[in-house]
Write a protein that binds this ligand. Structure first.
Ligand code: FE
Length: 216
């Protein structure tokens, strides 16, 4: 048997992954990044193919990996994680001079380091691509500890917020209906209805049904 919750015992970090193609800067949030060898200094990241940043890294073979720190609020997750670079310029209001030697951007806050890499190998994993990369530059930016996915769940993610009939009910009125409710475990969005459709996609964070839990 496979108890999927067993996988929650593996620890994950959270990172802003930055790429640049032509004049376009973009970034997304990833939770799989790891140093894999020391000599040469190499690391591994896994990126969902649905992310524009994925395609940019695949084409340019360059990225900046920025570990999110305990200074992070929900803002970088919403800004870089819950919207697509295909629709918005995520760096429109960012200081453009904050670039590493490879010409890629990094954030002025919320992160504690920036690691510039060149991809040496990519492995197709179906929904994701694993990139193996050489570290070319690495700068520490803050002494604030890196966050884990568990830290995000406990300290950063907002509590469940109810959305009824497609309208965001932001004043947090108490539940009055007896319909069932499912909460997105990634972002806190609440779906209310008789049944959560199999193809439901969270409107806030774009995760699917498997990330929703029935509220008691
Ligand atoms: Fe969500």
């Amino acid at each position: 048997m496979i108890d999927n919750k067993t996988l929650f015992h593996i620890s994950y970090g959270l990172f802003v992954l930055v790429a640049r193609q032509g004049e376009k800067d973009n970034a997304c949030i990833i939770n799989v990044a790891q140093q894999v060898t020391n000599d040469p200094l190499q690391l591994m990241i896994c990126v969902n193919k649905q992310n524009l940043t994925h395609d940019m890294v695949l084409r340019t073979l360059k990225f900046n990996l920025c570990p999110l720190s305990e200074e992070a609020t929900m803002k970088p997750f919403q800004h870089f994680g819950f919207q697509s670079g295909r629709e918005v310029d995520k760096f429109a209001e960012c200081r453009q001079e904050l670039r590493t030697d490879n010409g890629l951007l990094y954030l002025p806050k919320f992160i504690n380091a920036v690691i510039s890499c060149v991809v040496t190998k990519s492995i197709d994993l179906g929904t994701h691509t694993m990139f193996i990369a050489r570290v070319m530059e690495a700068r520490q930016l803050s002494a604030s500890p890196s966050i884990t996915y568990a830290y995000y769940q406990q300290h950063i993610k907002p509590g469940p917020r109810l959305e009824v009939g497609g309208q965001n009910n932001s004043d947090l009125k108490p539940h009055t209906s007896d319909m069932k409710k499912w909460v997105c475990e990634v972002c806190g969005y609440v779906y209310e209805g008789d049944e959560l459709p199999d193809d439901f996609i969270c409107p806030w964070c774009k995760h699917g049904k498997s990330d929703f839990k029935l509220m008691e």
